[in-house]
Design a protein around this ligand. Structure first.
Ligand SMILES: Cc1ncc(COP(=O)(O)O)c(C=O)c1O
Length: 385
């Protein structure tokens, strides 16, 4: 039984429902951010990220910084690329476009390859682009939360290594870390940026990232200093290294309560094999996608291999408006999100299925959501053709 007050089940693609123990970690008494208790917790949390991202290379560098997922884009844009250098952005929706905007803000020269709505750019096109120009970084949104499109990372990283070995492969994993497989070392990734509030299952407020030794070298070899103070790796790297070595250190005050919550969430995640967690998300996703199709509805992500496993973007029937169905769902105690991809925004809704809502067998969140969707659509006058 949850000790949380009764509330509508939050099934948007982040923030998600949180486990009681994670929330309770946030009510830790106030403590010094340089005191031994917190230093030990922060250090352990940073080390656990190595397991989460599946990296054993000591040169890999984890970061936990107060901020949201967007701060990960700033970390990449301010530190790993210099003004005028080229970045290749693979976009599968709103968040890929946002990463491109962020890179441009810091002066990068951005080339963007857009997937079709509901699809992703294909390897031959990417390989061709890589052969035409020298790119310092390539960015890919693992799961674009605006479309539920999953990008394939393993073959992509191998293609980049072959076509342009010096290009850093950077992944926006905000909607994929802790629910989709990410093998940082095995796939040769150079950076994965994420946030606390999605599949990791910790309240919003932490930017979480991992960078390879190669990425850290690229930062060290910069000619110009980073054009950001708060997002500067120069300021944060020694702090992270000191905390992980259990030594107090200060650049800007971290949030002890959020870091404690993250520590609890990571201990829960890492208490079971990661492969089991990914498998569970895939099984629940398959069930949801089957149920949605059985209702006669289409998914935004068209091909099965492009479909994310922790969220589903669902086209509404032509006769049903987002502004009708979302209030019906919330009346049934389920919160879904509306569409945000500019080409199709009013036509679809988004269902997040990650973290405790899929891993905790005691929770009936998914059954409740599917039933609410079925009855809600019927109340909107929809009947399957
Ligand atoms: C794929 C992706 N990237 C980046 C972001 C930005 O994260 P935040 O809203 O935490 O700043 C989001 C937010 O939903 C996202 O889904």
């Amino acid at each position: 039984m949850s000790s949380q007050p009764e509330h509508p089940t939050l099934l948007i693609p982040g923030p998600i429902e949180f486990d009681d123990a994670v929330l309770q970690s946030m009510s830790h008494y106030s403590e010094s951010h340089v005191g031994p208790g917190f230093v030990a917790t922060f250090g352990e949390t940073l080390s656990m990220l190595r397991q989460l991202f599946q990296t054993t290379d000591p040169a890999s560098q984890p970061f936990i910084i107060s901020g949201s997922g967007t701060l990960g884009w700033d970390l990449v844009s301010a530190n790993l690329i210099e003004p005028g250098e080229n970045a290749l952005v693979l976009s599968t929706g709103y968040f890929g476009d946002g990463f491109a905007d962020c890179l441009t803000t810091y002066g990068a020269s951005v080339t963007k390859i857009d997937g079709p709505v509901g699809g992703r750019p294909q390897l031959p096109e990417i390989e061709k682009a890589l052969s035409q120009k020298k790119y310092k970084v390539l960015t890919v949104t693992h799961v674009d939360t605006s479309t539920g499109v999953l990008s394939e990372l393993k073959d992509l990283a191998a293609t980049v290594k072959k076509a342009s070995p010096d290009t850093l492969v950077i992944v926006d994993g905000v909607c994929s870390v802790a629910c989709e497989e990410i093998a940082f070392d095995a796939w040769g990734l150079d950076g994965v940026v994420t946030a606390s509030q999605k599949a990791i299952g910790c309240p919003a407020g932490l930017s979480i990232s991992m960078f390879s030794g190669r990425a850290m070298e690229a930062f060290k070899n910069r000619k110009a200093p980073p054009a950001s103070y708060f997002a500067s790796m120069k300021n944060w790297t020694p702090i992270m290294q000191n905390y992980e070595a259990k030594k107090p250190s200060y650049f800007a005050t971290p949030s002890p309560q959020l870091v404690r919550a993250l520590n609890t969430a990571l201990k829960q995640i890492l208490s079971r094999p990661l492969s089991e967690r990914f498998q569970r998300h895939a099984e629940v996703s398959d069930r949801i996608k089957r149920a949605v199709r059985d209702l006669g509805l289409e998914l935004v992500a068209t091909k099965p291999e492009d479909q994310a496993h922790a969220m589903t973007a669902i086209y509404l029937p032509e006769t049903v408006k987002t502004t009708d169905i979302l209030p019906k769902l919330s009346g049934k105690g389920v919160v879904f999100a509306g569409g945000i991809h500019k080409a199709i925004a009013p036509k679809y809704i988004r269902f997040g299925h990650m973290g405790v809502s899929v891993t905790d067998p005691a929770r009936k969140d998914i059954d409740k959501a599917l039933e609410a969707l079925r009855t809600g659509l019927a109340e909107c006058g929809y009947q399957k053709a």
